[in-house]
Write a protein that binds this ligand. Structure first.
Ligand SMILES: Cc1ncc(COP(=O)(O)O)c(C=O)c1O
Length: 373
């Protein structure tokens, strides 16, 4: 069983996707242009944000927004020690130093107290990564950031449509970075990303930075990059956006079913009571993750690891990122996490099949000395 099934998702909307492609062939608005502008307006509205700036990927969204906010060499950016490497690359590419801090044991999300303890006179920003589709505890993070005049960047690459106290991902930080990598809750048919912000000045600078530093065509007022969102991807994203809430709800239904079938047997993600997780992934924890993955593979079930190693152990970040405090929970997540198949087209039979296989695998590995986390 496949981990994601984009062909199924696209099959439901094939005619609309084809129509969007045909429209692009007629208008030739391949880079920026009307489709990008319309998608930006629609996605900003969806995220309850004043501005949206389409860019070429989630990684470029993270680095451009930090640059646009004036964060760079000499600055420190606090990043959770358990996340995808791109959460830290934004700071690195902006010239700043990522400072890795502890996450919450139950959710894998940044621990606000660990973030507070990581603050130094050089700290300029906190990256709140809404991992697995669940939003960070934004109130304490915002309060800490306010007290120290820090920029709060939501890494919402996995959280399109997630809620925190009724508010949408992308509307709580100073800015939010989204990825439209194909398997994301809202995915393009290629790479894409966006920044949402309420700050018009920041958005204007982002629009210049993504487009070679141009204010208007031919007038290059600063050193920019070529990191634009393609018109074609914007047109396809416009087809998909109206379906996002239904797809997220379908993910939640499948997550609930996994919970019913598995929560007595294994450790699953703890949902925060004040949010609405959109289950980009379905993480589970196992003492012997590799043995469980092998047993599931033998039954034809694909799984994923999100993420290992803990961030400080990536060779690419050696000598660049620093660790602050004890990051035991981040290391535990890196050692034990295994993601089960999760997508809106997963059938009830498939969820049951996976759950049965997981229970069988856990029983086998426990009798071999593995055990529950
Ligand atoms: C948490 C997180 N941040 C950032 C990114 C980077 O996004 P992209 O792959 O579009 O560069 C991703 C996705 O891959 C992600 O999962």
């Amino acid at each position: 069983m496949r981990f994601v099934a984009l062909d199924k998702q696209h099959g439901h909307i094939e005619a609309e996707l084809t129509e969007a492609f045909a429209r692009l062939l007629k208008t030739s608005a391949y880079t920026l242009g009307t489709e990008v502008e319309q998608f930006e307006a629609e996605f900003a509205e969806y995220c309850e944000s004043a501005e949206c700036v389409g860019v070429s990927s989630g990684t470029s969204a993270l680095s451009l927004v930090l640059r646009a906010a004036g964060i760079g060499p000499g600055d420190e950016v606090i990043v959770p020690a358990h996340t995808f490497i791109a959460s830290a690359l934004g700071a690195v590419h902006a010239g700043a130093t990522p400072v890795l801090c502890e996450v919450d044991e139950a959710t894998g999300l940044i621990d606000p107290e660990a973030a507070r303890a990581a603050i130094t006179p050089r700290t300029a920003a906190i990256v709140a990564v809404h991992l697995y589709g669940q939003m960070c505890d934004m109130d304490p993070l915002t309060e800490i950031a306010k007290a120290h005049s820090l920029f709060v960047l939501e890494d919402a690459a996995q959280a399109h449509g997630a809620l925190y106290k009724g508010r949408r991902a992308g509307s709580l930080g100073d800015a939010a970075a989204f990825s439209f990598y194909p398997s994301k809750n809202l995915g393009a048919l290629g790479d894409g990303g966006a920044v949402c912000t309420a700050d018009e000045t920041l958005a204007a600078r982002l629009r210049r930075l993504r487009n070679l530093g141009q204010r208007v065509k031919g007038e290059h007022v600063e050193l920019g990059y070529n990191e634009r969102l393609d018109g074609l991807q914007a047109a396809l994203l416009r087809v998909k956006l109206p379906h996002l809430d239904a797809w997220n709800e379908a993910r939640r239904v499948r997550a609930e079913r996994y919970q019913e079938l598995l929560s007595d047997e294994i450790t699953l993600l703890t949902e925060r009571p004040d949010g609405r997780c959109v289950y980009h992934l379905m993480p589970a924890r196992f003492a012997d993750r590799d043995a469980v993955a092998t047993a599931l593979r033998a039954q034809g079930i694909e799984t994923g690891i999100h993420y290992a190693p803990a961030m400080d152990a990536h060779p690419a970040l050696e000598g660049i990122a620093t660790v602050t405090g004890d990051i035991r929970a981040a290391r535990d997540w890196a050692a034990e996490e295994l993601s089960l198949p999760m997508h809106p087209d997963l059938t009830d039979d498939e969820v049951e099949f996976v759950a049965e296989a997981v229970i069988e695998a856990v029983t086998e590995t426990a009798s071999a000395g593995g055990g529950r986390c």
